[in-house]
Design a protein around this ligand. Structure first.
Ligand code: ADP
Ligand code: MG
Length: 253
C-alpha cells in the first residue's frame, strides 16, 4: 500500500515508523498461595515515538501489571517487549537494569519521594545512583544544576529545599516528574499520576505532561481509571479481561 506523506498529520507519519516500544501478546499470572491468578492473557500495547497514550480499565484489570512489564519492572510469563523492534525483556539482568534506568522514567500515584531528602536531593538521586562515588563527586555541580533546571521547568524552583512532607500533593507529583526526567528518559510510564489529587491539581499535572509531550516529544504511556484524564492523550486503549479490548482514537489536542 503506498501513501504519500504530503497529506498526513504528524501523528499519522509517526505511525508508519517502527514503534518505539511494544509489549506483544503479554501473559502474566500471579501466584497467591496455592492459586495461580491470571492477570494478562494476550495483552498488547505499542507506542510510537512522541505518542501520548492512555490505558484505561477497571481497578484490578491489570493496567499497572502491563505498565510494569513494558518498563522492565516485571517480566512477562509469555510475550515480548521490544524497544525499536529489538527484544529487551529477555536480556540479562544487568542490561535490563541499564535500559530501565536510561530509557524509562516512572511516576506513580503516591509519588514515592524519599521523605528524609529535600526535593532537590530527591531529583538528583537517579544520577547519584548512576555514577560511582568519585564520578558523582566530580560532576556534582553539573548534576545539581541539571536538577535545578528541571525543577524550574516543572515550576518548583521555590521549593528545592523543602522535604516531601512540606509539599502539596501536586508539588510532590511535579517533583516526581522532575526526578523521572533527570535521567533523560525516552519513555515516561505514568501509573495513575493524578489518582491522589483533586481534579484541579490533577489538571495541572496533565498540563505538565502534555507540555512535556509536545515540547520535548516525550513518549508517554499513562494508566488511569479517570476517563476525563484519559482524554488528554492522543489515543486511549482499554484493558479488559486481560487483553486490550478497544482502542479509541482522539484528535491530538
Ligand atoms: P490495576 O492496575 O488495573 O488496578 P493490577 O495490575 O495492579 O491492576 O493488578 C491486577 C491483578 O493482579 C489484581 O487482581 C491484583 O490483585 C493482582 N496483583 C497485582 N500485583 C500482584 C502481586 N505482586 N502479587 C499478587 N497479585 C498481584
Ligand atoms: Mg494499578
Amino acid at each position: 500500500m503506498s501513501t504519500t506523506s504530503q497529506h498526513q498529520s504528524p501523528l499519522e507519519t509517526l505511525k508508519m515508523t517502527t514503534p518505539l516500544i511494544s509489549a506483544l501478546a503479554i501473559e502474566k499470572s500471579y501466584v497467591k498461595g496455592q492459586h495461580k491468578v491470571p492477570v494478562l492473557y494476550g495483552a498488547g500495547l505499542t507506542a510510537q515515538r512522541g505518542e501520548f497514550i492512555s490505558v484505561v480499565g477497571q481497578s484490578g484489570s491489570g493496567k499497572s501489571t502491563l505498565l510494569h512489564v513494558m518498563g522492565l519492572l516485571d517480566s512477562p510469563d509469555v510475550g515480548e517487549v521490544l524497544l525499536e523492534g529489538k527484544r529487551i525483556d529477555n536480556l540479562q539482568q544487568s542490561a535490563r537494569d541499564q535500559l530501565r534506568n536510561h530509557v524509562f522514567g516512572f511516576i506513580f500515584q503516591f509519588y514515592h519521594l524519599l521523605p528524609e531528602l529535600t526535593l532537590l536531593e530527591n531529583v538528583m538521586t537517579p544520577l547519584m545512583i548512576r555514577h560511582s562515588f568519585f564520578s558523582y563527586w566530580s560532576k556534582r555541580k553539573e548534576i545539581r544544576q541539571q536538577a535545578m533546571d528541571i525543577l524550574q521547568q516543572v515550576g518548583l524552583e521555590h521549593r528545592i529545599k523543602h522535604r516531601p512532607s512540606e509539599l502539596s500533593g501536586g508539588e510532590m507529583q511535579r517533583g516526581a516528574i522532575a526526578r523521572a526526567l533527570i535521567a533523560r528518559p525516552e519513555i515516561l510510564l505514568a501509573d495513575e499520576p493524578t489518582g491522589n489529587l483533586d481534579s484541579s491539581t490533577g489538571g495541572e499535572i496533565m498540563e505538565t505532561l502534555t507540555q512535556l509531550n509536545e515540547d520535548n516529544q516525550l513518549t508517554i504511556v499513562m494508566v488511569t481509571h479517570d476517563e476525563a484524564v484519559a482524554q488528554r492523550a492522543h489515543r486511549i486503549v482499554r484493558l479488559a479481561e486481560g487483553r486490550i479490548a478497544t482502542v479509541a482514537h482522539e484528535e491530538a489536542a
